[in-house]
Ligand binder design. Structure first.
Ligand code: NDP
Length: 469
């Protein structure tokens, strides 16, 4: 059985303890991942600290070139890493699956390589000139989740190193192997210590984020852990970028052609089996269009092949882990017990954490499947009577990552979009993130943004040079 290792100061480092990782589609063993201790966290942070001043002193062009080389490594190893993602995370190779995740990882590496944050003159008169420089923060602690394990790790790593920081990355304990392999490959083209990993089994996140030598924390995951990270950061006062998921609402405006929007709604809700921070998690449809929208989504759901993602014909895979599988089942069972209409589609294999694609009708605000983030393939479809009522429903929860409005007329949709409380409101698309476009949440979905120039600024601190003339 293959044993995977942490990367610390450019070396593969063994740990005495390991955990076995299993394929969520088949139950097959994939190998052993390290269980790091607090002392391993200390070694990784020390390595990143040691490497950081030299890395920050390299020229902007050298760091851009290094990031371009990282993109090449990702491209060259795309198929190898995509297969590892499918085996470990579950999303299929095909469709918007693991090959798509690798393409996105390459794109989110190339774009920061091409961006620049030059010094900016913020004030000048006859007596003085003030120039704002963006300097690195130091050592970044990155805690990556299990839903898009490589792509989200890339979102955290690349802007950080592009701007002269070094990184200690903790992959999710559910999906460490593909990430450790990606880092091992990337490290072939980076100086030692610029990118380090600590993989664990559920005990070391706090040791990393509260470490006194951490200067910035990036976290994507649950709100509860986000709150714990804020508490942990009181030890180091590190600024934090928190992406804490959401409970995104989509509103279909009255009279919208259901067949034109069905595919966008479907993948907006079921991308990665719904295990995506900015998926549609509540769908509000005007009562006059309800049947048409449910029928259009049902037709699509019926056609989706479900199974082991290594089979290129399958477009829908399993849930990634038992925790999430149980959570989604529990929410659907609660809806069923409360008289909702449960519409299930697809033939589900006997092994693995597979669930049918599920549309849930006859459901209202206040029921658990609407109010709690399901993070899985069960979409509540709620009828509304007036647009004011739909907007109030969309805004009534504390989450505010994304939202969307669907309409034949985008202008009409825009008037509703500006009333929605979310970091991004999409029109006739959902979750359509882009490496040039800032992305982040409102309310309990977190704070700080990633991507584009704003994302680069978030891993720097300002230093003003003020000259008396
Ligand atoms: P979390 O998303 O809450 O995060 C778990 C990760 O956080 C682990 O790596 C863990 O490491 C680390 N962690 C825990 N405590 C701390 C701390 N105090 N400081 C730093 N890191 C810490 O948990 P789950 O993966 O269990 O998912 C739970 C729910 O979160 C899901 O059901 C889903 O709803 C949501 N989620 C949202 C995602 C998104 O994209 N926004 C992605 C994944 C999940 P360790 O245990 O070693 O401390």
């Amino acid at each position: 059985m293959q044993t995977y290792s942490n990367s610390v100061y450019g070396e593969s480092v063994e740990t005495p303890e390991h955990q076995e990782i299993f394929n969520p589609a088949t139950g097959d063993s994939l190998g052993l991942a390290p269980i790091s201790s607090e002392s391993d966290v200390g070694s990784a942070v020390n390595a990143a600290r040691k490497a950081q001043p030299d890395w920050a002193r390299t020229s902007d062009q050298e760091r851009r070139d290094a990031v371009v080389r990282v993109a090449q490594v990702l491209e060259e190893n795309s198929e190898y890493l995509a297969e590892l993602i499918t085996r470990e995370q579950g999303k299929p190779l095909s469709g918007p699956g693991s090959r798509f995740e690798m393409q996105a990882s390459v794109g989110w590496t190339q774009v920061p390589a091409a961006l620049e944050l030059p010094p900016e003159i913020v004030y000048e008169d006859e007596e003085r000139k003030d120039t704002l420089h963006r300097v690195p923060l130091g050592v970044v602690a990155a805690i990556a989740p299990w839903n898009w394990p490589l792509m989200i790790a890339i979102w955290q790593i690349i802007p950080s190193i592009r701007m002269g920081n070094t990184v200690v990355l903790k992959p999710s304990e559910y999906t460490p192997i593909a990430t450790l392999e990606m880092v091992r490959l990337i490290n072939q083209v980076l100086p030692p210590g610029v990118l380090n990993t600590v993989s664990g089994d559920g005990r070391i996140g706090a040791a990393l984020t509260s470490h006194p030598d951490i200067d910035k924390i990036m976290f994507t995951g649950s709100e509860a852990t986000g709150r714990r990270i804020i508490e942990a950061s009181t030890r180091n006062l590190a600024p934090i970028t928190l992406e804490l998921g959401g409970n995104d609402a989509a509103i279909v405006l009255p009279g919208t052609d259901a067949s034109a929007i069905a595919e966008g709604l479907f993948w907006g809700a079921f991308l990665n089996m719904g295990q995506t921070c900015a998926c549609i998690k509540r769908l509000y449809v005007h009562e006059s269009d309800y049947e048409a929208v449910v029928n259009a989504l049902s037709n699509l759901a019926q056609q989706m092949p479900i199974g082991d993602g290594m089979d290129e014909n399958n477009l829908i895979g399993p849930l990634q882990n038992k925790m999430q599988y149980d959570k989604v089942k529990d929410l659907v069972a609660d809806a069923r017990a409360n008289g909702c209409e449960i519409m299930e589609f697809g033939t589900v294999p006997d092994t693995g954490y597979f669930l049918p694609l599920t549309l849930v009708g006859n459901i209202r605000d206040g029921q658990r499947l609407v109010d709690e983030e399901q993070f899985g393939p069960a979409l509540p479809i709620i009828r509304y009577q007036s647009l004011d009522e739909a907007v109030a429903s969309a805004n009534r929860l504390d989450a505010g990552l994304g939202a969307s409005v669907w309409a034949d007329d985008p202008e009409q949709a825009q008037q509703v979009a500006v009333r929605l409380e979310a970091g991004t409101v999409w029109i006739n698309q959902h979750g359509a993130i882009h490496p040039m476009v800032p992305f982040g949440g409102n309310k309990a979905s977190g704070y700080g943004v990633e991507f584009g120039l704003e994302g680069l600024k978030a891993v720097t601190q300002p230093r003003v040079i003020s000259i008396k003339k």
